[in-house]
Write a protein that binds this ligand. Structure first.
Ligand code: NAD
Ligand code: DAU
Length: 351
C-alpha cells in the first residue's frame, strides 16, 4: 500500500481518483483538512476498502510514525502544503509551518520507519515530494523554459517555502540515503480546483455575474497542465523515476492570464449564454497587481518524456472544456466550497 499526504486537496484528490482507477493497491490519505482539504472530493470512495482518510498533520510525528509502522507502505507521496501565493503574501506563517517544518518532520518520521526495513525493502521504498515550477523564479519573455538544472530563485513566500522543502528532501537523500524523488510541476487546472485560484475563480465569478479580476496588465504567462496529466506523471515517476532525481512536469501550453480568461468567457458564451446576449468578457476587470508577481513560468518537460515516456494527453483547449463542463455539472460541490471561510477570503482579497 501507499500513503499520500494532502490527498483531500485539488491535485491529491485527482491523484487518488487516478490511482484507484488503475490499481487495487490500497491508499491511505493523511490530510489535516485545512480550508483547502475537502473530503467531498473523494466521496465516491466512501466504503471502498482500498481507501481511507486519516485527519492529521504531516508535522505530527507520533501519528505519522504510527501510520507507517501499522500499515508499512512501500511509498509516501507528499502533496500536503499551503499552496496559494496570495495567501502566502497576506500571512506567510502557515507556509513556513507546513511547507518547511511539516516537510522536515515528515522526512524524519519516514526516515525512522525506513531505517527499520530490510535491505531489499529499503531499496524499493520511495518518498515522492510534489513541488512546483515557482521555485525557479521568473522568466523573461525569450528565456528558455525551466529545466531541472535551473538555479532556485523563489520570489514569493509560498515559492520560498516550497524551495526550502525541496532542499530538505534533497539533503535527506544525500545525507541519509532516503530514496527520494521530486517533481516540479507547472500550473494545474481541472476538477476539484478550489475557487481561490484563477481558472475556477473566473468560471464561478462569470456565472455569478461578478467581476473577473485580472491582476496588473494580465500579460503574465503560465504553462497550464490538466491535473489528470499531472497525476499520471507522478505515477510514472513513482514507478520508474531514478532515485534522487528531480523531474519537471509541464503542459507546454503557455498562455497569458488575459487570454486564459477570454477563452473561459468564450466557452461559457457558447455553453451557458447570458440572457441579455452580452459576453461574459464584459465582466473582465483589471485590479491591483499581486506584489512581486512573477512574469512568466514555463517548463521544459523533455527529461520525463525521454526517460519515462510521459507526455500530456490533454491540450489546454481540451482540458479547459472538460473543466468548465465539470463546474457546470457539479453545482452542489461548488455550493459547499463557496460558503463560510471562502467568502471571508474573497472579501479580504478583492474587497
Ligand atoms: P491544495 O491547497 O488544493 O491542497 C493541499 C492539501 O494539503 C489540502 O487537502 C490540505 O488540507 C492539506 N494540508 C495542508 N497542510 C497540511 C498539513 N500540515 N498536514 C496534512 N495535510 C495538510 O493544493 P494543491 O493545488 O492540490 O497542491 C498540492 C501540492 O502540489 C502542493 O505541494 C503544491 O505546492 C504542489 N503544486 C501545485 C500546483 C498547482 O497548480 N495547484 C502546481 C505544482 C505543484
Ligand atoms: O506554477 C505552479 C503554481 O501554480 C503552484 O505551485 C501553486 O500552488 C498554484 O496556486 C499556482 O500558482 P499561481 O500563482 O500561478 O496560480 P493562481 O491561480 O493563483 O494565479 C494564476 C495567475 O493568474 C497568476 O499570474 C496570478 C493571476 N491571477 C490570479 C487570481 C487568483 C489574477 O490575475 N487574478 C486572480 O484573481
Amino acid at each position: 500500500m501507499i500513503i499520500v499526504t494532502g490527498g483531500a486537496g485539488f491535485i491529491g484528490s485527482n491523484f487518488i481518483h487516478t490511482w484507484l482507477e488503475q490499481t487495487d493497491e490500497p491508499i491511505i490519505n493523511l490530510d489535516k483538512l485545512t480550508y483547502a482539504g475537502n473530503p467531498e472530493n473523494l466521496l465516491v470512495f466512501q466504503g471502498d476498502k482500498r481507501y481511507s482518510l486519516v485527519q492529521g498533520d504531516i508535522g505530527d510525528r507520533t501519528l505519522v510514525t504510527r501510520l507507517l509502522t501499522e500499515h508499512r507502505p512501500r511509498a509516501v507521496v507528499n502533496f500536503a502544503a499551503e499552496s496559494h501565493v496570495d495567501r502566502s503574501i497576506h500571512g506567510p506563517g502557515e507556509f513556513i509551518t507546513t511547507n518547511i517544518n511539516g516537510t522536515f518532520h515528515l522526512l524524519e518520521s519516514v526516515r525512522g520507519f525506513w531505517e527499520t526495513l530490510t535491505t531489499e525493502a529499503k531499496q524499493s521504498f520511495r518518498f515522492l515530494h510534489v513541488s512546483t515550477d515557482e521555485v525557479y523564479g521568473t522568466l523573461t519573455p525569450d528565456a528558455p523554459p525551466f529545466s531541472e538544472t535551473n538555479p532556485y530563485e523563489p520570489n514569493s513566500p509560498y515559492a520560498a517555502s516550497k524551495a526550502a522543502s525541496d532542499h530538505l528532501v534533497r539533503a535527506w537523500h544525500h545525507t541519509y540515503g532516503l530514496p527520494v524523488l521530486t517533481t516540479n510541476c507547472s500550473n494545474n487546472y481541472g476538477p476539484f480546483h478550489f475557487p481561490e485560484k484563477l481558472i475556477p475563480l473566473v468560471i464561478l465569478n462569470a456565472l455569478a455575474g461578478k467581476p473577473l479580476p485580472i491582476y496588473g496588465d494580465g500579460q503574465q504567462v503560465r504553462d497550464w497542465l490538466y491535473v489528470l496529466d499531472h497525476a499520471r506523471a507522478i505515477i510514472r515517476v513513482l514507478e520508474s523515476g531514478n532515485v534522487g532525481d528531480t523531474y519537471n512536469i509541464g503542459g507546454n501550453q503557455e498562455k497569458t492570464n488575459l487570454s486564459v480568461v477570454q477563452t473561459i468567457c468564450s466557452h461559457l458564451d457558447a455553453l451557458r449564454p447570458k440572457t441579455d446576449g452580452s459576453s461574459y468578457s464584459d465582466q473582465i476587470t483589471f485590479v491591483k497587481d499581486r506584489p512581486g508577481h512573477d512574469r512568466r513560468y514555463a517548463i521544459n518537460a523533455s527529461k520525463i518524456k525521454r526517460e519515462l515516456g510521459w507526455e500530456p494527453q490533454e491540450t489546454f483547449e481540451s482540458g479547459l472544456k472538460q473543466t468548465i463542463k465539470w463546474y457546470l455539472d457539479n453545482q452542489q460541490w461548488v455550493e459547499h466550497v463557496t460558503s463560510g471561510d471562502y467568502r471571508q477570503w474573497v472579501q479580504k482579497q478583492y474587497g
